[in-house]
Write a protein that binds this ligand. Structure first.
Ligand code: SF4
Length: 379
């Protein structure tokens, strides 16, 4: 079959990929700015199929933001609330409420995903260890996907613990997976301007690498669409690739598109569909040691995420529960709903030419109609 490559830079990418050579920063910039979307899509789709064949994954999960109290002051954030000045916006769930919320729509799910702010009254081992043990006892079939590296850094400093000790303790209480947030863009320039009070890149990476050594899996993200350059995006991906080499354990990379409502960076507006698609494909091709690229419907929307399945993505993330209330992206203006029925995931995946596969956080797979045994159901 004759294929037409109109961007010579993508010919170089194609040759390197065929030879198994890791892509460079310049290759990343070329892909992020190319007009030759057909070639980019073809290369990314082939890379995806070498990793996961015709499979596209999803998880039945519950999603909870247990607190939005935070004083880190990241400039892209619309979610954080000041407990003294914005009392009507504050969400701070007691642990009983988090537990009840997770079970509100039954027990047929495989993951609980919880992230929140750096809340001095909630982000502590005293709050989390009993709650994690309670979840594990009541729902042994459910994996705990909790915290970001930013939250873990806060908790380590608060308890004066090293990362090793903290993560060993959390693993002992049942932590299965660390969420990928808090990475933003690793560039020092970016962090200084946008999120100076958050864990820096070296410590973000160290936390994930230590977690992997304790048998805790993780994901990684990048927040794109504000002041970062294409060079900084490509460098971010290379730093993740190097981290995976040093301490394997990342399952998925999730590109997070900036949402502009209600934050200090709103003048940057929304990312475009083309930028989103190039981002998925570039990530797939550069992260040759990551098994999965996630198109998270909450962020880019179901329609773009379905297209992303032909540009390197092989995962549509979680259904959420029908009563879940995601607050991070909803505070920032997402028009995605709160919940997607898994039948809709399967329809969209099949229409894109792929096979829907139900999974948990660590990519163990289940028949789509799997249900937990009655012994797993709490009284
Ligand atoms: S992004 Fe996270 S750490 Fe930063 S202000 Fe918002 S809640 Fe706090």
């Amino acid at each position: 079959m004759t294929t037409f490559v109109t961007d010579p830079a993508l010919r170089i990418v194609e040759e390197k990929v065929a030879a198994g050579v890791a892509l460079s920063r310049d290759d990343g910039v070329a892909m992020l700015s190319t007009g030759d979307l057909h070639t980019l899509g073809r290369l990314a789709q082939a890379a995806k199929e070498r990793k996961s064949g015709k499979n596209v994954y999803y998880v039945l999960n519950r999603y909870i933001n247990s607190t939005n109290v935070c004083y880190a002051g990241c400039r892209f954030c619309s979610f954080a609330a000041d407990e003294f000045k914005e009392r009507d916006r504050v969400v701070r769930m007691p642990s009983d409420e988090v537990f009840a919320k997770a079970l509100e729509t039954g027990t047929n799910f495989n993951q609980i995903h919880i992230v929140g702010g750096h809340d001095p009254k909630q982000l502590s081992l005293d709050y989390w260890l009993p709650l994690m043990r309670r979840f594990k006892e009541a729902l042994p079939h459910v994996q705990l996907s909790l915290f970001t590296a930013a939250e873990l850094d806060y908790m380590a400093r608060r308890h004066r613990l090293g990362y090793d000790e903290l993560l060993a303790t959390l693993r002992g209480a049942g932590l299965d997976n660390i969420n990928g947030g808090g990475a933003e863009v690793f560039s020092e320039r970016f962090r200084k301007l946008v999120c100076p009070n958050k864990v820096d890149a070296a410590h973000w990476l160290e936390i994930h690498e230590v977690a992997h050594r304790h048998g805790i899996a993780s994901n990684a993200t990048m927040l794109y669409g504000t002041i970062e350059t294409f060079e900084e995006r490509a460098e971010h991906l290379i730093m993740l690739r190097e981290s995976q080499k040093r301490s394997p354990g990342y399952n998925a990379f999730i590109p997070l598109a900036f949402h502009p409502d209600g934050n200090e960076l709103s003048s940057h507006g929304w990312t475009s569909g083309l930028d989103d698609i190039r981002m998925f494909a570039t990530a797939r091709l550069m992260l040759d040691n990551f098994d999965h690229i996630k198109a998270y419907w909450m962020i880019q929307g179901l329609k773009v995420c379905q297209v992303a399945l032909q540009f390197g993505a092989d995962d549509m993330d979680g259904t959420h529960g029908s009563t879940d209330e995601e607050r991070i992206y909803h505070s920032a203006g997402t028009s995605s709903g709160q919940y997607v029925d898994d039948r809709e995931f399967r329809r969209l995946i099949e229409e894109a030419g792929y096979v829907p596969v139900r999974r948990n956080s660590t990519y163990e797979t289940f028949p789509h109609d799997w249900v937990p045994s009655s012994s797993a159901v709490p009284a």
